[in-house]
Write a new protein. Structure first.
Length: 96
C-alpha cells in the first residue's frame, strides 16, 4: 500500500536527528517529535482499520508547520507529501 509506505518513510525520516539545514529551516527537536508521533498515529489507525478511516484523519500539518515558522526544505516537503497523500486517500475513501 503506497500510502502506508509513505507514512512509514516519513516516520523513519522524522525519527532521525535534525541536521544543521533542518534547524536553519525552523525545525526543533520537539516539533520533529510531535509531527513524527502524529504521522505514526495516523499510520497505525490506517493499518488497523483500513483506508475508510482516511476521511477522519484530516491533517493540519501544513498549518502547524507554518505556525511554527518552518521554512521550505527536505522535512517540510516530506510532511507536505504525507498530508497530500492522506487527503487523496480521504477523497478516494469517500468516493462517488
Amino acid at each position: 500500500m503506497e500510502l502506508l509506505t509513505a507514512l512509514g518513510e516519513a516516520v523513519a525520516a522524522l525519527k532521525a536527528p535534525l541536521d544543521a539545514a533542518d534547524r536553519s529551516q525552523g525545525w526543533t527537536d520537539d516539533l520533529r517529535r510531535e509531527i513524527q508521533e502524529d504521522i505514526s498515529v495516523r499510520r497505525s489507525v490506517l493499518r488497523r482499520h483500513g483506508l475508510w478511516m482516511a476521511p477522519y484523519l484530516r491533517p493540519g500539518l501544513d498549518r502547524w508547520m507554518a505556525q511554527e515558522g518552518v521554512g521550505p526544505g527536505r522535512l517540510r516537503n516530506l510532511v507536505e507529501d504525507v498530508q497530500r497523500r492522506l487527503m487523496e486517500a480521504a477523497g478516494t475513501a469517500c468516493g462517488p
